[in-house]
Design a protein around this ligand. Structure first.
Ligand code: KG4
Ligand code: ZN
Length: 345
């Protein structure tokens, strides 16, 4: 079965082709970063309009890359939520229109299920069960994954998501949008130990997170420390390094706890913040010590992409599952509402 995947939930248009036998055939991405950069964040209406401009040309490009035509597609997978409603509706409208014209099934995919299962696209995919740390711009969750569609929420953020904390902290320090990668780059030149940052919510039991305090801590620190001289660049880099270290350590503490609680030794890191090298190194070195297995998708499959949507859609469509209730977007869609497909993998 050949599935066309469409992702348009935020500021990236991602299109991919996934074949049940041959795997990922083509994967194309258009990032709107430059469009939103001057506003310092995603402008929803601009995002929708850009998805509208880019989706169809990108589908053509993807088909060409995969050596396929529209007539070869057996099903369409589209991100139905969570995300920006206007952006989602562009993807779902195009998907439903195409499916109707081609007389093929369409399925709405949960964006976070896409992130969760993205490591399955790699050469050595994780085996079930595993604990997943989902860290993106909108979510920070620890999930016990028994199989496809069987997701038990162990903990989540009570305020800002990890990616959001990166983005807001970067903005505070005057870094360019998107803040996460910019802050990570600056942190490479900084001294991790110069400033001590808190490890929020690690001194009490449980697996929930809170990141808004780290942002406030950074604001106060930066206001107090800045000198108005060239020395500020070093101070900024040291603050970035301290902040990044605190986020990585906090996530590590909670992952350790989640693995202990579930008696599981397999950890999957997914979502945009999973592209952060310090987080990857921190978890890998702990895994070495503790005998865990840690799985990451490649960095381009950590951030939004069409491949993860095509993969999940292909999996569900091939069990006969379809979305029968027409075009819609679900800006809010709890992950644990998902059901396992009729056939388990
Ligand atoms: O998963 P994603 O592409 O989109 C959402 O579904 O939210 O995640 C985007 C988030 C942004 O907050 C971005 O700043 C963050 O992931 N991010 C990073 C890095 N790359 C992306 N954060 C820290 N370090 C990175 N290298
Ligand atoms: Zn995402």
């Amino acid at each position: 079965m050949l599935t066309l995947g469409i992702e348009s939930s935020c500021d990236e248009t991602g299109i991919a082709l996934y074949d049940s036998e041959r795997g990922l055939l083509a994967d194309t991405l258009y990032s709107q970063v430059a469009l939103h950069a001057e506003y310092g964040g995603v402008v929803p209406e601009l995002a929708s309009r850009d998805h509208l401009r880019k989706t169809i040309p990108l589908i053509r490009e993807c088909l060409q890359q995969g050596g396929k035509t529209l007539a070869d597609i057996d099903g369409i997978a589209v991100t139905e939520g969570p995300g920006l409603i206007g952006a989602l509706l562009v993807g779902t409208s195009i998907a439903h229109g195409l499916a109707h014209a081609l007389k093929i099934p369409v399925i709405g995919v949960h964006h976070m299920e896409g992130h969760l299962l993205a490591p399955m696209l790699e050469e050595s995919p994780p085996k079930f069960p595993f604990v997943a740390l989902l860290v993106s711009g909108g979510h920070t969750m620890l999930i016990e994954v028994q199989g496809v569609g069987s997701y038990k929420l162990l903990g989540e953020t009570l305020d800002d998501a990890a990616g959001e904390a990166f983005d807001k902290t970067a903005k505070l320090l005057g870094l360019s949008y998107p803040g996460g990668p910019a802050l990570a780059k600056l942190a490479k030149t900084g001294d991790t130990n110069r400033y001590r940052f808190p490890r929020p919510m690690t001194d009490r039991p449980g697996l929930d997170f809170s990141f808004s305090g780290l942002k406030t801590h950074t604001r106060t620190l930066w206001q107090r420390e800045q000198t108005g001289t060239a020395e500020d660049e070093t101070i900024k880099a040291d603050i970035a390094a301290g902040f990044q270290h605190a986020v990585a350590q906090t996530l590590l503490i909670k992952c350790r706890r989640a693995l202990q609680q579930t008696s599981c030794k397999r950890l999957v890191i997914a979502g945009g913040v999973g592209a952060n090298q310090m987080l990857r190194d921190t978890l890998l070195s702990e895994a070495d010590k503790k005998g865990w297995q840690v799985h990451y998708p490649r960095p381009t499959f950590c951030t939004d992409n069409g491949a993860m949507i095509a993969y999940v859609g292909n999996l569900r469509l091939s069990t006969g599952e379809v979305s029968a209730d027409g075009i819609r977007g679900r800006p809010r869609w709890p992950l644990d509402e998902l059901q396992p497909p009729a056939v388990q993998f």
